[in-house]
Design a binder for this molecule. Structure first.
Ligand code: HH2
Length: 287
């Protein structure tokens, strides 16, 4: 029988708690994390969801389309440089009119922030997961906040600048090792950690491709792997296109990431991704 994909927005409050990651992974299929950027300057959708009502409507849409996690961020991480650091008060002012409503949709929310104080505030409001694009290595308080809240954390690899000369797989591996030492010292249990090679962050386009192709290199850590290739620039270097025209490349990257061991894909376009993953899974089952 061919499985169909059904989605609903579940009851508020059902999505927080320390075991949220285990509950998500128990779905035993690749998970789709939908991106909500409440920013004026995100590389693909900056300014689209800065208005609180537009942001809440987008979160609802991502949930209805089948997002397993909603990743909410209010400071562009600008994988390609030129990031404007957002002061703490501004980041919280962008999140404040939106976050509780998004959490109320009942889909687990991850908070995409570099600031431990924003993470703590969002977790207190009911966010379930911390998404740290500097893998606990930027804000010295982040690991403590994650540990004290008993929250799962996404540890993403990052570098200030790309260096085409390095072995990117080795660099990501040693970054993960450093982050895991920090996590261990803070008392974050292994089963609350997700590893992400950070597609586009401090990497050449070729190195981003290598990270997806060689994803299995990081299976040895025994933690779920996340890949966020959505609309990223490496797609443009293969098939010239504006960010909003990179759906085909994003789908190809995420399908292959899942083949190579990704448990979670982080995407702007939830409905096409859910459909592509369901079709790929049906074909795989029929082999
Ligand atoms: N990519 C972006 C932001 N956060 N988090 C994780 N864990 N993995 C990623 O690949 C990742 C991330 C960049 O995408 P986007 O949020 O759309 O852009 P911006 O940072 O410009 O808001």
């Amino acid at each position: 029988m061919i499985a169909t994909v059904a989605h609903r927005v579940s009851a508020p409050g059902s999505a927080s708690g320390g075991d949220v990651l285990a509950r998500l992974l128990a779905k035993a299929r690749p998970l789709v994390m939908g991106v909500l950027n409440i920013t004026p300057d995100s590389f693909s959708d900056g300014g689209h969801f800065l208005d609180p009502q537009a942001a809440i409507a987008q979160a609802r849409r991502l949930a209805m389309e089948g997002a397993d996690i909603l990743d909410v961020g209010a400071e562009s991480t600008r994988p390609y440089g030129g990031a404007v650091r957002v002061p703490l008060e501004e980041e919280r002012a962008r999140l404040a009119p939106v976050l509780s409503d998004v959490i109320g949709l009942g889909v687990p929310v991850s908070i995409d922030t570099l600031k431990a104080s924003v993470a703590a505030w969002a977790l207190d409001l009911g966010a379930a997961i911390v998404n740290d694009v500097w893998g606990l290595q930027r804000d010295p308080d982040m690991a403590r906040v994650v540990a004290e809240h008993g929250a799962p954390v996404i540890i993403m690899h990052n570098r200030e600048t790309a260096d085409p000369a390095i072995d990117i797989v080795a660099d990501v591996t040693s970054f993960f090792q450093r982050s895991l030492e920090i996590a261990a010292r803070a008392g974050i249990p292994h089963d609350r950690i997700v590893l992400d090679p950070g597609i586009g962050f401090g990497k050449t386009p070729e190195q981003s491709v290598i990270c997806i192709a060689r994803l299995d290199a990081w299976r040895k850590f025994g933690m779920p792997l996340l890949v966020g290739a959505s609309r990223k620039r490496f797609i443009h270097t293969i098939a010239p296109s504006d960010p909003m025209e990179r759906l085909g490349g994003s789908l190809a990257a995420h399908l292959l990431a899942v083949e190579n061991g990704a448990a979670i894909v982080r995407v702007h376009d939830v409905a096409p991704t859910v459909q592509a993953l369901a079709v790929a899974a049906a074909i795989r089952r029929a082999r």
